[in-house]
Design a protein around this ligand. Structure first.
Ligand SMILES: [Mn+2]
Length: 326
């Protein structure tokens, strides 16, 4: 029997379940946790939900999110642990050790880097989100969905696809989303809560950040600088910086976007984004890493010198790429 078949059998026949997802919880981890948790509860199982990080505020509207615990996972001999959206056990944070002790650990994930650490593994790198895998699993089990389950899965899938914009979005993704929309959920309300609404502090930071915008290399390189002072003035934290780097790449004609966060007089953190060039090569030059279109690094040194060096290497990369393309 395939692991998928065995997992369905365990979900049907076992009674005690602890579900957990990864550190720095996101829409997919929380949505998958809630949907599978509700499905098992409705089937009369004893289910406990855990997350090694607190549920981000924007997902607290999801039904049952207040029942997710951040500590206190205790296993009985026959407790089945289900790890969601986590490519390796370390991603389970404070629950990693306990999860590894479970007699049956089920690993359900869509990361291509998943190390198959479960007793049973359902890993599908073709799936856009773990929520898409959960949807397929529940459908195969003949489990009917409630509106709250559909909403949780819709959040999972729409967040991991960047609102169906990333290239992981497939016909299967849209078919799942379409089926979820049959359950009286409102995509506009969900999108507003999950994607559009941000605290005023974020916009105050964005305003200052955009004021630092510089263009280099024939307007093909855009650079934004954020200082620690800006975070303090706006009342934001380092996590709020995340989305801002994308503004650089979204400027028409810009090929390579850079965001420099000046952490101290001796160290800067750099984010790179691109349309086509492989910015992981750029990050590697500074001992960083990442993906072809999104990468980053840390540079020990003063802002001025670091910026000069980054721009020099960025221009070189653009020239090399163009050279190759003739
Ligand atoms: Mn995911």
């Amino acid at each position: 029997m395939s692991d998928r078949g065995k997992i369905i059998k365990v979900l049907r026949e076992q009674h005690l379940f602890c579900l957990t997802a990864h550190v720095l919880p996101d829409g997919d981890s929380i949505g998958s946790l809630l949907a599978l948790g509700e499905a098992l509860s409705r089937a009369g199982k004893d289910v406990k939900l855990f997350s090694p990080g607190i549920v981000p505020k924007k997902y607290t509207f999801l039904r049952g999110s207040d029942k997710i615990a951040t500590a206190g996972m205790e296993l009985q001999p026959d407790t089945v642990v289900i790890a969601l959206d986590s490519s390796d056990p370390e991603r389970l944070g404070t629950f990693a050790e306990t999860a590894k002790q479970a007699r049956c650990l089920i690993n359900i994930d869509h990361h291509v880097t998943n190390v198959r650490y479960g007793t049973l593994n359902l890993v599908d790198p073709e799936a856009a989100a773990t929520g898409e895998i959960i949807y397929g699993l529940l459908t195969d089990m003949g489990q009917s969905l409630t509106a709250s389950m559909a909403e949780a899965l819709y959040v999972a899938i729409s967040t991991d696809t960047g609102s169906f914009k990333y290239d992981n979005t497939t016909p299967t993704t849209h078919r799942a989303a379409a089926a979820l929309l049959e359950h009286q959920i409102n995509p506009a309300v969900i999108a507003q809560r999950v994607f559009d609404e941000r605290p005023l502090s974020y916009y105050m930071l964005l305003k200052e950040a955009l004021a630092t915008l510089e263009l280099h290399g024939d307007n093909r390189i855009a650079l934004i600088t954020i200082s620690k002072d800006m975070l303090e003035r706006s009342g934001t934290t380092v996590e709020d910086i995340d989305g801002i780097v994308n503004y650089t790449r979204d400027i028409e004609g810009v090929e390579l976007g850079i965001l420099i966060y000046v952490e101290s007089a001796e160290e800067v953190k750099v984010g790179f984004r691109s349309r086509r060039v492989d910015v992981s090569l750029l990050a590697q030059k500074f001992n960083g890493g990442g993906h072809a279109r999104a990468a980053g690094c840390r540079i020990h040194g003063a802002y001025g010198t670091a910026k000069e060096e980054i721009l020099l290497q960025a221009q070189k990369l653009l020239q090399q790429t163009e050279g190759k393309e003739g």
